[in-house]
Design a protein around this ligand. Structure first.
Ligand SMILES: Cc1cc2nc3c(=O)[nH]c(=O)nc-3n(C[C@H](O)[C@H](O)[C@H](O)COP(=O)(O)OP(=O)(O)OC[C@H]3O[C@@H](n4cnc5c(N)ncnc54)[C@H](O)[C@@H]3O)c2cc1C
Length: 390
């Protein structure tokens, strides 16, 4: 059923295969993951088994070439999967990071050997992926990271810490931003692909971070005390030492688009839920939707959602052509996440007191939305990136 206000609209990039994928994803989230939602929220992380199941169904690594075990699609397929996950209200699996970001780094920069070593495991769900840039001392100023990797024979020896790492409790494969040259800013940064496990010497997972939302997805601190990583695990191979910052800058537009996909899906879901509630709930002898203020608010939310959807689809189409530039991706992240928070807040209001109770999905959506303005580069940093080209 189309979202109210989006009737008759279809993304220009949509093909019949996307509909089949959407149905498969919807069935997986609804039948296999959502029945466990309360338990997953209590445990604070997804079930590893659900990654494996997603892998078996071909839902992981949709944009990874088939020769590496992926779906052979492109970003549009990842977008459909992430859209359905949010529309279903599934928030445990860190697919945005695992498939939307980590596989992208390996695909773009990995050597042939690196792709063959890690992509199949990420695509079949045997490996859970994460990316660690942010440190306790700061996340916005990436050039100032302090985790260092010192060359010692055929290894790097890594010391430092990272925080707020999505999928951090389960991750087996970590793309880790380190300084290989501490005398340099951006050009001293490299990305190491680290195989991590609870018995990896020099590696420790910290506590699960207690957040106001996204309760079923793990966000963790990670500590490195002389952890050894083979030099062959430098992303892109040894000749790329020091190019990590530029690799991150090139991949961040996709990360921001992934966030935008979640933002628009959340707006669509909020409008659907609020319209349905406004039709069923009565006050002063008539349904809420018959009251002028409710009608006006829902009209505003539906309009904002439709305009957001069109902007997002334009960005997805640009990205599929390899034309999504940094300021446009920043505009998308900024405007779509601001819109998400605004629309979800207005829709919550329509639920009255029930909107403040966790029994109602809109309450969880409100808490989950807030971080969208923070991660992937804060919205203040997005404005900075946009302003630079004005
Ligand atoms: C749930 C969650 C999941 C996350 N997942 C990941 C992950 O998987 N991997 C990862 O690496 N990180 C992750 N992060 C971290 C996130 O990307 C950072 O929190 C974010 O980049 C901001 O960094 P910070 O928290 O250190 O804030 P700071 O950089 O300390 O910024 C604090 C405030 O100052 C503002 N500010 C900073 N610089 C400027 C400036 N130049 N001009 C104007 N204002 C400025 C910021 O906008 C912000 O409002 C996650 C965070 C959360 C909460």
């Amino acid at each position: 059923m189309p979202t109210p206000g989006l009737d008759g609209y279809a993304p220009p990039w949509l093909k019949p295969e996307h509909d089949d994928l959407a149905e498969l994803a919807r069935d997986f989230f609804t039948d296999q993951v959502l029945p466990h939602a309360e338990r997953l929220e209590r445990q604070g992380h997804p079930d590893r088994e659900h990654y494996r199941r997603a892998g078996e169904l071909g839902l992981l690594g949709l944009s990874v070439p088939e020769e590496y075990g992926g779906g052979g699609g492109d970003f549009t397929h990842e977008a459909v999967l992430l859209h359905e996950q949010t529309m279903c209200g599934e928030g445990s699996l860190g697919l945005a990071v695992h498939s939307g970001i980590v596989t992208g780094y390996l695909r773009h920069y990995g050597t042939e050997e690196q792709k063959r070593r890690w992509l199949p495991g990420l695509c079949d769900g045997d490996l859970v992926g994460a990316i660690a840039m942010t440190e306790p001392g700061g996340g916005s100023d990436l050039q100032a990271i302090r985790t260092r990797a010192v060359r010692d024979g055929d290894d790097y020896v890594v010391t430092g810490s990272k925080t707020f790492i999505t999928n951090g409790a389960l991750a087996d494969l970590l793309i880790l931003a380190v300084k290989t040259d501490t005398s340099q800013g951006a050009s001293g940064i490299s990305l190491l692909v680290c195989e991590i496990g609870d018995d990896t010497p020099g590696f420790q997972r910290g506590r699960l971070i207690d957040k106001i939302g996204l309760h079923a997805n793990d966000t963790a601190e990670l500590f490195f005390d002389e952890m050894r990583v083979p030099v062959t695990h430098l992303l892109g191979g040894a000749e790329n030492e020091g190019s990590g910052f530029f690799q991150m800058m090139a991949q961040l537009p996709q990360e921001r688009l992934v966030i935008g996909v979640g933002a628009v899906a959340a707006m669509q879901r909020a409008v659907e839920l609020a319209v349905a509630y406004a039709k069923e709930r009565t006050a002063f002898g008539k349904p809420l939707i018959a009251h002028q203020n409710t009608r006006m608010v829902l009209a505003e939310c539906a309009t904002r959602t439709r305009a957001s959807r069109i902007f997002l689809d334009d960005c997805i189409a640009r990205h599929s052509r390899g034309e999504l530039d940094v300021p446009t991706a920043a505009m998308a992240k900024l405007w779509l996440t601001e819109g998400q928070c605004e629309v979800v807040d207005k829709c919550l209001q329509i639920f009255g007191g029930y909107g403040y109770t966790t029994e109602y999905p809109i309450a969880r959506m409100y808490a989950d939305a807030r971080v969208q303005k923070i991660y992937g580069g804060t919205n203040e940093i997005m404005k900075e990136l946009i302003a630079r080209v004005l």
